[in-house]
Design a protein around this ligand. Structure first.
Ligand code: HEC
Length: 295
């Protein structure tokens, strides 16, 4: 066997790595703050029922959640109502909303997304928590909408949030979130990636799945890695994703505008006991609520 000189070997290690990508210089990537909030029991059926939500009329005319509810970088919700017994029968967290700083960049093969936020840990004691180990302190997920999800650019993740999904009042405990008339091949699904912290700073994991007729926690091959860091309660979670992928992975390309939403579970909670964003759009090199910058 011929022994390679060390310098050559070192070069090969860098350029020949299966992860041949250069992480962006995040200090140069613009930040967009979005608010995540505790939405109580306001699934899409609630949103689209006029007697519950007068915003339905606007949605049917093409308006978006963000268009009506984002104001001066904050959300104009009545948080007392959202924390009240009618919309939150189990128990609302003390911190009803908090900001998440979103950054995105891409190169010819990869999309990079980074979320930075201070995670509160004050969910109501009655909120359900993970019954398996590890009990993840924090989980951060992004859902990217397929191009044929009806009204995805308006409603964000609400198309997966239904009144009969587990942890909604009276719902089947096994029923997971889903998209009505889902069709993975036809683009009616959400691509789903998640980072889970593990417990006590150990055992972090990632999920590359999708949400179609139900939530599936596997099958994706686009997510290269999800990494998280906790510095005094401030989490920085970075996703590196190939532009293309496998089952349940959207094929992304420069020029596309992709609707997406963010969900953060804190304080070891599960199911609907998360803080979610409204629906935003990400433009790959083109305008969007967030413009992913080219590397
Ligand atoms: C055309 C404007 C409009 C649009 C679009 C809209 N809403 Fe609303 N929404 C309202 C108004 C007005 C209220 C206040 C209560 C009411 O009149 O129903 C409200 C109330 C709410 C509430 C209850 C908290 C509160 O402040 O009363 C939630 C949660 C909510 N909207 C979520 C959404 C989501 C999620 C979407 C997108 C899927 C959305 N809204 C789209 C106008 C809108």
């Amino acid at each position: 066997m011929k022994i390679l000189p060390l310098a050559v070997f070192g070069t090969l290690l860098v350029t020949g790595s299966p992860w041949a990508f250069a992480a962006p210089d995040w200090s140069k990537v613009p930040k967009r703050d979005i608010q995540v909030f505790h939405a109580g029991t306001t699934p899409i059926e609630w949103i689209m029922k006029k007697s519950d939500h007068s915003g339905r009329t606007g949605i049917n005319k093409g308006e978006s959640c963000v268009g009506c509810h984002e104001e001066k970088g904050g959300l104009n919700f009545d948080f007392k109502r959202l924390a009240g017994k009618d919309l939150e029968p189990v128990g609302a967290p003390k911190t009803m909303h908090f900001p998440v700083s979103v950054q995105a960049a891409y190169d010819k093969d990869h999309l990079y997304m980074r979320l930075t936020f201070k995670a509160p840990a004050d969910e109501a004691a009655a909120a359900p928590r993970e019954d398996k180990e590890p009990k993840h302190e924090v989980k951060a997920a992004i859902m990217l909408a397929g191009d044929k999800v009806p009204q995805a650019a308006q409603v964000g993740c609400w198309a997966t949030c239904h009144t009969d999904v587990r942890s909604m009042p009276g719902a089947d405990e096994k029923k997971k979130k889903y998209v009505t008339d889902a069709n993975v091949a036809g683009g009616v699904f959400y691509d789903y990636i998640q980072w889970k912290s593990g417990e006590g700073g150990k055992g972090s994991t990632q999920i590359d799945g999708h949400v179609a007729a139900e939530r599936v926690n596997k099958g994706g091959t686009a997510l290269v890695k999800a990494e998280g860091e906790n510095k005094g309660g401030v989490y920085t979670v970075t996703f590196t994703r190939k532009l293309s992928g496998g089952e349940g992975d959207l094929a992304l390309a420069e020029g596309q505008v992709i609707p997406f939403g963010v969900a953060i579970h804190t304080d070891k909670t599960v199911y609907r006991f998360h803080h979610v964003s409204l629906g935003y759009t990400m433009g790959l090199g083109v305008a969007g609520d967030i413009k992913a910058s080219k590397q």
